[in-house]
Write a protein that binds this ligand. Structure first.
Ligand code: TXA
Ligand code: MG
Length: 335
């Protein structure tokens, strides 16, 4: 039988709505608010207020070595937050902001060290969800917002996911519906004047290359010095053991308590418990639905979940397969 979602905090769970004025009031008081973005939901707080930011770390049980992304609106004075914007960063902003691209740039004193975990660079991004943009426009400070999940768990793509995870430490969740992309932003930084990708996400490397004139190198696998903990090989993970279903691997036995997530529809034996992310074989739809499906499968009481990789030539295959492998319970998949 499916387990009930984690609502034991019912009664103290945050309220949900579309009241931008209320969200802005909480934020001005230094309290965090759940915020929709086109990628995943964030837990937002005043990025200039170290106490407000500390509340976010505490609520998420996030280690303080894991820096937060700072979200800016269309009127935000970027020169107040970063010391310099290289011309390539400027070109990427023009091409992809507002949108799912985070740029690591040298921070000014205005950004508290807690936000960047003491690092010299701050991750900046302008989200394109209309509620997030409207909220940012109402405020005279930027918003530090990590994904609104407990550290290491599956990212939230619906307001209800955020409500389920938190109690009174998060008074309000701004409901912007289901996230349009469903994968986190792509993180880009600069090393020796060259752009590098630190996390795969909603903007593909080939799209970055069209603007940069070269394919940026990746710095996405590092256990020792994770410049971005999204780089840890196990992250965004369910509690149920999850493995990759390889092409030559047999389907689960009948009556086994095992579920299979297929990103794209494919022929399978009738006895297999299957979630199909996209019946139309649309990789964008598969990305949009992945986290919500994984969460549902995780809460349904299976003893094992398998997921099929996306064929490599498809759009979003790099980013989505990367998420599948990080969610998997073993690091064996990393060559
Ligand atoms: O799509 C997104 O980026 C979402 C939405 C809410 O905007 N946010 C998000 O935040 O994914 P979070 O905290 O779950 O992941 C942020 C990643 C972390 O892996 C963090 O280490 C990296 O960004 N990051 C943030 N600031 C950084 C910095 N200054 N240097 C290196 N990595 C940084
Ligand atoms: Mg996250």
């Amino acid at each position: 039988m499916p387990n009930k979602p984690n609502l034991e905090k019912e009664g103290t769970a945050p309220s949900i709505g579309t009241d931008l004025g209320l969200a802005a009031r909480y934020l001005r008081q230094g309290l965090p608010v759940g915020m929709p973005t086109e990628t995943v939901y964030g837990m937002a707080a005043n990025a200039l207020d170290a106490e407000a930011v500390a509340r976010v770390f505490k609520a998420k049980k996030r280690p303080d070595f894991d820096p937060l992304i700072v979200h800016v609106g269309q009127k935000s004075p970027l020169q107040d937050w970063v010391r310099e914007i290289p011309s390539e960063a400027q070109a990427l902003m023009s091409a992809f902001w507002p949108g799912p691209l985070t740029l690591l740039l040298p921070k000014t004193e205005r950004i508290p060290g807690l936000v960047t975990s003491g690092l010299d660079r701050v991750g900046l991004r302008m989200p394109r969800h209309p509620l997030a943009l409207a909220l940012l426009d109402m405020l005279d400070f930027p918003l530090a917002a990590p994904s609104a999940n407990l550290f290491g768990y599956i990212s939230p793509t619906k307001a209800l996911h955020v409500r389920e995870a938190f109690g009174p430490e998060l008074p309000y969740v701004l409901d912007g519906g289901d996230c349009e992309i469903g994968l986190e932003s792509t993180i880009v930084g600069f090393e020796n004047g060259k752009a590098c990708v630190y996390r795969r996400g909603g903007i593909e490397s080939c799209a970055l290359a069209r603007v940069l004139g070269y394919l940026p190198e990746e710095r996405i696998r590092s256990e020792e010095h994770p410049a971005a903990p999204g780089m840890l090989s196990r992250h965004y993970a369910p509690r149920t053991p999850l493995s990759i279903l390889k092409a030559d691997q047999p389907w689960p036995e009948p009556d086994s308590n095992v579920a299979v997530i297929l990103p794209l529809a494919e022929v399978h034996p009738a006895h297999v418990k299957v979630w199909v992310l996209s019946e139309n074989k649309d990789p964008y739809e598969a990305a949009r639905k992945w986290y919500a499906c994984l969460r549902e499968a995780d809460q349904a009481g299976f003893s094992q979940i398998f997921v099929r990789m996306l064929p490599e030539h498809l759009p979003f295959a790099d980013a989505l397969n990367d998420k599948f492998m990080r969610a998997a319970d073993s690091a064996d998949h990393w060559a």
